[in-house]
Design a protein around this ligand. Structure first.
Ligand SMILES: Nc1ncnc2c1ncn2[C@@H]1O[C@H](COP(=O)(O)OP(=O)(O)OP(=O)(O)O)[C@@H](O)[C@H]1O
Length: 245
């Protein structure tokens, strides 16, 4: 994309683009000329060891880390100073690390929070309950009374309620049992098949090879490798080399 030609920017299928981004927390320089792109309907993984800056990518998009070089684009909007609401307004929704379920709201109320942007689309409460029947069973339970895996399903359901074009998933399987990770792999593929693009930040490469079609690998605040992902042993080994400590 040429940043000087906004007319082309409208219809090129790019949902998210970081272009040579430098981002900081105070004086701490975390992202160094980082570029990545997600297009309509893509399933992209962002991988790398602890502390390389993956969550800072999300925080930069949300304006929670300071963007001091390069630019961020969400949907057709180029953001020189991103604010937390810009992403959701442009169809890019985050499932944050740690899930952040609202404690004093029920499961259903947490889901309805996700619809606050008012974007119309496929996803409604009944459709979320079809995807996650356990959430319907527990609809009137406080959200934080759910198990870790169920809270992750609620966080994904809440994000879908915004009818996003792209969901950013920040380490969605952290701390979850393998059987729950398997269920989430199926769910993420169903969501993608319905047309929503995914940016999956993950340390569990067995999940990445089942969900993603291409990847970016980060080290020290920059992208150091990128390529295709296949559901194969070779691809798994290739990806694991980027996250092994
Ligand atoms: N609010 C903050 N202020 C200053 N430095 C921070 C802040 N948050 C994170 N950092 C630092 O920024 C760097 C990148 O952190 P970040 O959370 O983006 O990494 P990550 O790749 O997401 O790691 P993890 O997998 O552990 O979440 C780390 O060195 C971290 O200590």
């Amino acid at each position: 994309m040429s940043p000087t030609n906004p007319r082309n920017a409208m219809n090129d299928g790019i949902l998210l683009e970081l272009d040579r981004v430098d981002a900081f927390y105070g004086a701490a320089h975390i992202l160094h000329g980082l570029s990545l792109q997600v297009r309509s309907g893509e399933r992209v993984a962002l991988v790398g060891r602890n502390g390389v800056g993956k969550t800072t990518v999300v925080n930069t998009i949300l304006g929670l880390a300071s963007l001091r070089g390069g630019q961020v684009r969400v949907g057709s909007q180029i953001l020189l100073r991103p604010r937390p609401y810009n992403a959701a307004q442009n169809g890019v929704v985050v499932v944050p690390q740690g899930r952040r379920i609202v404690a004093n709201l029920t499961v259903e109320e947490n889901l309805l929070l996700g619809a606050a942007t008012g974007r119309p689309g496929h996803w409604t409460v009944p459709r979320i309950y079809e995807l996650f029947p356990i959430l319907q069973e527990r609809a009137h339970t406080p959200g934080t009374a759910l198990s870790g895996g169920q809270q992750q399903m609620l966080a994904v359901g809440r994000a879908l309620m915004a009818n996003p074009s792209l969901i950013l998933l920040d380490e969605p399987t952290e701390g979850l049992a393998p059987v729950i990770v398997d269920q989430l792999a199926v769910i993420f593929n169903q969501v993608a098949a319905q047309g929503t693009a995914l940016l999956l930040i993950e340390q569990n490469m067995s999940l990445v090879v089942r969900v993603a079609e291409r990847y970016y690998a980060m080290a020290k605040g920059a992208v150091i490798a990128q390529g295709a992902v296949h559901d194969s042993r070779e691809s798994l080994q290739d990806l694991e080399a980027h996250v092994m400590v």
